[in-house]
Write a protein that binds this ligand. Structure first.
Ligand code: NAP
Length: 547
């Protein structure tokens, strides 16, 4: 295993990769396979990114395991056995470690190393990255695979550092685990992470108080052991299933394409369709019941109300049920959660729901938490309060060029990219599944593979044309950003205060960051751009433009 303490103080590479998660690892494999000298820098003490850090109770993927996996090696996808319908965190991390060993990726990963700055020298055309250990890395190209949900955020609550108990964030969970037995526990946050951990913490804690600011829609995951027949059916046809998935907006296959509007069906038909999806489990399938659930408010209301009624049916106390029934955003416009026993948890005698929308958290006290009106005695607090999504990881790196461009300044009003892949003014820097791409709205590994393959194709093209520099034209970038926004505005997504618009971070500019036109459309556009000779990009050699 590479040892950071023996790292040389400077290194020359063809491609420096930031991040050793699913994106960084595939980039090593793919780019090294082209004969390039690559190395990935990973802040964690192990590979796996998201799945290395998010070890909270109940952490599990909400995309089915046969889909949420790499497709680049048929042997790998045939041989790997997923024990359950949805992979849990330890299984997914085990899978990632298996991939790292199987493809001998570890020798090009430097663990426990954070990239703190990246400077592009306009004269030499090289990136110079600096690590937190003082190492300098020079590379022609730089691939940012630093993650979209990798910068955990604990709100700046007054008094937090004087809390006498222990507090945790879902995305920085202790490796040894946490035993809540006999403790009075508070969980702040009811997004995907909160919804997954709450049922499990409730079973352990003496008392659990959930502090909810916004009620979230959640559907039953209906997890269970992998059915052998289902697995063999899927595997018999794996490559074709992957291709079919790429032809959908979410890069997830297996669901019939919707053919009609929810408003064309009768109420009875609609409820039968929603009930079937509810019983089947899974989130994408539900949102795919009709063509217009994410674009037409009236259509969406029918799907939202169906779930609200389910919540009212599951939660015995009517006041708690109403608090849990989301009314401030259309279903699917915030990340739709998947759970196992979430709503039923509020029927337990040892669980209390507190509405911190009407009575916000005022401070953390030495012995608990105080809202404007009430004080809560707690032994432990869990913040499931999310991340500085999509831009946080790059904001933490001081990225600039020798002619004075600073990425943080350029993105001060929101991220600007061409195709979510590159940034004008920052040559030879690629971003994997970043803002302006559909990554976070898709089966993420499909998006990672699509991006890394596109980058590989681009580097191959540059090499064959004896070029060494690529960057987007300002116009192409602003047209793309305009398109990303126009597409978002044609949907219901902007109606929600979600991390897609940075709403969870006070002061973050409200800009819709992911591309929601669908993976299928997006992939076609990226392929067209490449086959047209990289339309919208300037390609050059040592600064002399050729296209
Ligand atoms: P999140 O969706 O951003 O949820 C954060 C929660 O904390 C929200 O309920 C938020 O309320 C609340 N919160 C934030 N600041 C607060 C404050 N000052 N006072 C009270 N409440 C506050 O974060 P997450 O649950 O970690 O999930 C992030 C994303 O990671 C997900 O959307 C998903 O993409 C991914 N994820 C996936 C899985 C999975 O695959 N199953 C699991 C976990 C996470 P507001 O809504 O009012 O802001």
């Amino acid at each position: 295993m590479p040892d950071a303490s023996h790292a040389p103080s400077s290194r020359e590479l063809d491609v420096a990769i930031v991040g050793g998660g699913l994106g960084g690892l595939y980039a090593i494999h793919r780019l090294r396979g082209m004969g390039l000298k690559v190395r990935a820098y990973e802040a964690g003490s192990g590979v796996g990114g998201t799945w290395f850090w998010n070890r909270y109770p109940g952490a599990r993927c909400d995309v089915e395991s046969l889909e949420y996996s790499y497709s680049f090696s048929d042997e790998l996808q045939q041989e790997w056995k997923w024990p359950e319908r949805y992979g849990n965190q330890p299984e997914i991390l085990q899978y990632i470690n298996h991939v790292a060993d199987r493809f001998d990726l570890r020798r090009d990963v430097q663990l426990d190393t954070r990239i703190v700055s990246a400077l592009f020298d306009q004269k030499t055309g090289l990136w110079m990255l600096r690590t937190d250990k003082g190492e300098e890395v020079r590379a022609r190209y730089c691939v940012m695979a630093a993650g979209n949900l990798s910068t955990p955020r604990v709100p700046d609550f007054k008094g937090i550092h004087d809390f006498k108990g222990k507090w945790y964030h879902s995305g920085l969970w202790p490796h040894e685990g946490v035993d809540f037995t006999g403790l009075r526990v508070g969980v702040v946050g009811t997004g995907s992470s909160g919804v997954q951990m709450i049922p499990l913490i409730a079973r352990q804690a003496e008392h659990l108080t959930v502090f909810q600011r916004t009620a979230n829609f959640s559907l039953p995951a209906r997890n269970g052991p992998m059915e052998p027949e289902r697995e063999s059916r899927h595997k018999a046809d794996y490559p074709a299933r992957r291709r079919a998935a790429y032809d959908t907006p979410f890069a997830i296959g297996g669901y019939p394409k919707p053919t009609k509007s929810a408003l064309e069906a009768t109420e009875e038909e609609r409820n039968a369709a929603y009930e079937a999806k509810w019983q089947e489990g899974g989130s994408i399938s539900y949102l795919y019941a009709y063509t217009d659930l994410l674009v037409n408010k009236q259509a969406n209301d029918t799907a939202s109300e169906f779930v609200r009624n389910k919540i009212r049916g599951m939660v015995k106390d009517p006041v708690t049920a109403e608090l849990l029934a989301p009314k401030d955003h259309p279903i699917g416009t915030k990340r739709l959660c998947l759970d196992t026993g979430y709503y039923e948890t509020y029927n337990r005698a040892n669980v209390t729901l507190v509405d911190v929308r009407s009575d916000p958290i005022a401070e953390i006290t030495p012995t608990g938490l105080r809202t404007g009106k009430k004080e809560f005695e707690l032994d432990a607090i869990v913040f499931a309060t999310g991340f500085d999504a999509m831009t946080g990881a790059l904001r933490e790196i001081d990225i600039r060029t020798s002619d004075g461009a600073v990425l943080a300044d350029k993105w001060a009003g929101g991220p600007l990219t061409y195709l979510g892949l590159m940034v004008a003014g920052f040559p030879n820097m690629f971003v994997v599944t970043g803002p302006g791409s559909p990554g976070v709205k898709t089966q993420m590994i499909a998006s990672i593979e699509q991006h890394v393959d596109w980058i590989a194709g681009c580097l191959d093209h540059l090499h064959k044309q004896q070029l060494d520099r690529i960057e987007p034209a300002e116009q192409a970038e602003s047209d793309w950003v305009g398109h990303v926004n126009a597409v978002a505005d044609s949907t219901l997504y902007p109606l929600a205060n979600s991390w897609y618009v940075g709403a969870n971070i006070p002061g973050k500019p409200r800009v819709f960051m992911p591309y929601v036109g669908g993976f299928d459309r997006y992939k076609r556009r990226c392929d067209e751009v490449a086959s047209s000779g990289y339309e919208g990009f300037t390609l050059s050699r040592r600064g002399v433009a050729v296209a």
